[in-house]
Design a protein. Structure first.
Length: 334
């Protein structure tokens, strides 16, 4: 199983690229960059620059959207990164979330995601596409694997049906992970696919000897899941929370990408108990000693995951502590 890390493009491009190069040096297999045009630097520029500064690590975007960019623009940008990365680039697509909410746009529907991915794929394959009666193609196309990020059953089935890979946002709890992979298989079976999509599991991670102390930082993550209909999903793993309002005092731009994380934690206290945060850390996340995280990664692998990418809490700092701790205390055990 490949192990990757999420690096938000939250600093000047040279610093973000230095973090990606450090991840490669430390032995990580993959580096994933999130995309949100108001929060971070342009993700395709960062990915192309990182491709030029690395030689082995796979570079992925987790994830872009066809809601803020026309599919032809997405295809052109992906082609450009693909030229530099030379078979080391993966494009993840999703419904939008932090890309669409701050600019007043709705998230993509499943039909829009299906159509957008189809257009991007056709253009990257050099095919002509009908744009409302105008037929056009992309010059100098480069094939790029297309993954879908999904948590709900419909998009999980969609990923199984049409995507080269799926990025699971279900955490690592055996119950929720098993349910998510089953929905992906349903989509693949319905499409008559012989091969299932590459499965990548996203998980928050912290190497720590005191989970009870550090789990508090996960409260905004729990709150964001609850705000978007995930209370039953959390309860399936024994994590019981109340649904916070969509807007919390002192939290900008949203609870999952709060600029003041400590303030977001405090704002979530009335809705997410300390016990719920600890349960979430144990069930959904990779919080614990190097040995504990390694054991849990083995269960993720046994559940059928091809890769996992680890992320730290927060959106505006580079994950150097996570890189160093995982490289020193987890990767050698794997």
């Amino acid at each position: 199983m490949r192990v990757g890390v999420r690096i938000p493009p939250c600093a000047p491009v040279t610093e973000v690229v230095a973090a990606a190069a450090e991840a490669e040096r430390l032995g990580f297999d993959e580096v994933w960059f999130p995309d949100s045009q108001l929060l971070w630097r342009d993700v395709f520029t960062v990915a192309a620059t990182a491709a030029a500064a690395t030689s082995r690590v796979t570079l992925g975007i987790a994830v872009s959207t066809v809601a803020t960019r026309h599919p032809s623009v997405v295809a052109s940008a992906a082609r450009t990164v693909g030229e530099v990365a030379r078979d080391r680039f993966v494009l993840g697509l999703g419904v939008g979330n932090s890309s669409v909410w701050p600019v007043g746009l709705p998230a993509s529907t499943g039909a829009e995601l299906r159509a957008g991915l189809g257009t991007v794929r056709a253009l990257l394959a050099g095919e002509e596409v009908d744009f409302g009666g105008v037929r056009s193609r992309l010059r100098d196309p480069v094939p790029v694997p297309l993954h879908i990020a999904a948590s709900g059953p419909r998009n999980l089935r969609l990923a199984g049906e049409i995507a080269d890979g799926v990025i699971l946002l279900s955490g690592i709890s055996p119950g929720t992970l098993g349910s998510a992979t089953a929905r992906v298989r349903e989509g693949a079976d319905a499409a008559g696919r012989r091969d299932e999509p590459v499965t990548t599991v996203s998980a928050y991670c912290r190497v720590t000897d005191d989970v009870a102390r550090d789990a508090r930082e996960l409260k905004p993550v729990c709150a964001a899941i609850a705000q978007h209909g995930g209370v039953p999903f959390l309860a399936l793993a024994g994590v019981h929370v109340e649904v916070p309002p969509m807007s919390l005092p002192g939290v900008y731009p949203d609870v999952l990408h709060a600029e003041d994380w400590d303030a977001a934690v405090r704002a979530c206290d009335p809705y997410i108990s300390d016990a719920a945060a600890v349960a979430f850390a144990h069930e959904f996340c990779l919080f614990g000693s190097g040995e504990e995280i390694t054991r849990r990664l083995e269960t993720v692998r046994e559940a059928g995951a091809d890769a996992v990418f680890l992320q730290h809490v927060g959106s505006y700092d580079l994950p150097f502590p996570l890189l160093e701790n995982v490289a020193g205390k987890v990767l050698p055990l794997l």
